[in-house]
Write a protein that binds this ligand. Structure first.
Ligand code: UDX
Length: 459
């Protein structure tokens, strides 16, 4: 065999170090690995030590780089602007060193850096080493349309008009827009980060989006006029979608420890009877918001499984855990995909983080959207009005999503007049998601094209 053919193409993957970014990039990595690409996944040291690296996958090597911070807590407390400046400096140096180290290992030289769009300096590192650079967007294409219009100066912020009309999107009310486009004051620096995702992207050799082409066709079509985006989603473990690949029920590199009791508890519940509640890895609810949610769950009279991260537990109403026992189970983290895939789940009360939204959509679970910040309101808008597989719970005049509204939404999704229609739509999107990643589907073709390009270079 030709000596060169022994060298498999090699991608270095650079995720932003939070759960909602690590998950889709790991799954994308696994898909690439399955198609014959060597993968090195690079994260700060504490991400590695706070998770079980062993569970990531035998096909993926993990290495460390530095973001200049050494714990999730320090990262969370940091001023976003300072954090990004430090990460850019430390990340550029440590990633460059890593690429050199990998070059020295026989057959391990990196061909392409796949960088999270939150870390646009990844492209400069790739180019300085003469490598391909591929941007990876972890949010929906529709949300990209909004941020790209801000980036281009076509959408002035803060937005105050009642309705915003953007190409490829339905008309958006203020409450449907990503939160930072409306209010930058509360979290200074975050909008810069989000809009900065497009810095230099036109020089990237590839631009990937964790979405399904047909799911956001108009937004994708419009984005394609400006850059050659390729949808590769849903980036969720293949076992749920693509029966050819039988490995891994979870993403790997979980920053939280799942409570195993969930699956045993769900096993005892009847089909479509349980409300699953989770607000992802970042959202911090106010105490009164937790109280409204707790009251609503009690009032529905249904079984519920509620993920309350340990940092949030103190906000639960007193004695709620005891009172809820029997009907409800509260855990600090679960294996969300296994939960969503379980027959017993009837609806998902979610903050509409993009991963959670795509996961529910891919597993056919109707949603009640209770967006907290960022892109979540826009995702909730699509869940309700475009994909019609759920409803959004709206806040009252005081800005709080009250228990009556929550009960109304849960009932609407689980047993209301439109419940069957939503379930039917959910089944439709599940099939669409499956079709996209199965052989020859839109996402599979895009991934294959990327792999073939890399193979062409190195063979
Ligand atoms: C964030 C943003 O909120 C989101 O909108 C953005 O697009 C990506 O990053 P996060 O808030 O954590 O992420 O929410 P989400 O995007 O839903 O990601 C959470 C991930 O954690 C999901 O993949 C979900 O499956 C997983 N999870 C959550 C668990 O595995 N177990 C849990 O108990 C809760």
């Amino acid at each position: 065999m030709d000596q060169k053919r022994e060298h498999k193409p090699h991608c270095l993957i650079l995720p932003y170090p939070s759960q909602g970014h690590i998950n889709p990039l790991i799954q994308f990595s696994k898909r690439l690995a399955h198609k014959g690409i060597t993968i090195t996944f690079a994260v700060p040291q504490d991400v590695l030590t706070s998770s079980s690296a062993a569970d990531i996958s035998a096909s993926i090597a993990v290495e460390t780089i530095s973001d200049g911070y050494n714990s999730a807590a320090a990262r969370a407390d940091a001023d976003p602007r300072e954090y990004l400046v430090t990460f850019k400096k430390e990340g550029t140096e440590s990633t460059s060193r890593l690429i050199e180290k990998l070059r020295e290992g026989r057959g391990r030289a990196v061909d392409c850096v796949v960088y999270d769009a939150f870390l646009p300096w990844g492209l400069a590192v790739a180019k300085s080493k003469g490598l391909f650079g591929a941007a990876f967007f972890t949010q929906a294409s529709s949300v990209n349309v909004v941020y790209y219009n801000v980036f281009k100066g076509l959408l002035k912020v803060p937005v105050t008009e009642r309705e915003t009309v953007l190409p490829g999107l339905p008309s958006l009310a203020v409450s449907d827009l990503p939160s930072f486009v409306v209010d930058q004051e509360k979290y200074p620096g975050v909008l810069e980060l989000l809009v900065g995702q497009f810095d230099g992207v036109e020089d990237s050799d590839f631009v990937f989006v964790n979405s399904v082409y047909e799911l956001e066709e108009k937004a994708n079509e419009w984005m394609k006029k400006s850059m050659s985006i390729q949808t590769i989603g849903p980036a969720i473990p293949s076992i749920y979608l693509d029966k050819r690949i039988q490995h891994d029920k979870n993403y790997g590199l979980s920053l939280f420890k799942p409570d195993d009791i969930c699956m045993r508890w769900l096993q005892q519940r009847s089909p479509k009877s349980v409300i699953y509640v989770s607000f992802g890895s970042i959202a911090k609810l106010e105490k009164h918001e937790m109280e409204e949610l707790a009251t609503a769950l009690k009032l529905t009279g249904k079984h519920f499984l509620w993920v309350v991260r340990s940092s949030e537990v103190s906000k639960l109403p007193e004695n709620f855990t005891d009172e809820a026992s029997g009907k409800g189970l509260i855990v600090s983290w679960c294996s969300q995909l296994e939960v969503l895939a379980h027959d017993a789940i009837g609806c998902f009360v979610t903050h509409c983080g993009w991963n959670s939204t795509l996961e529910a959509l891919s597993l056919g679970v109707p949603m009640v959207g209770v967006p907290w910040w960022s892109d979540q309101a826009t995702n909730a808008k699509f869940v309700m009005d475009v994909w019609k597989m759920g409803v959004r719970a709206y806040p009252d005049d005081g800005g709080v999503v009250g228990h009556e509204e929550l009960v109304r939404c849960v009932n609407c999704v689980m047993e209301g007049e439109r419940a069957e229609e939503m379930r039917e739509n959910a089944r439709k999107w599940k099939e669409l998601a499956k079709g996209a990643v199965n052989e020859g589907g839109s996402s599979d073709r895009n991934i294959q094209q990327f792999v073939s390009t890399l193979m062409g270079v190195t063979l």
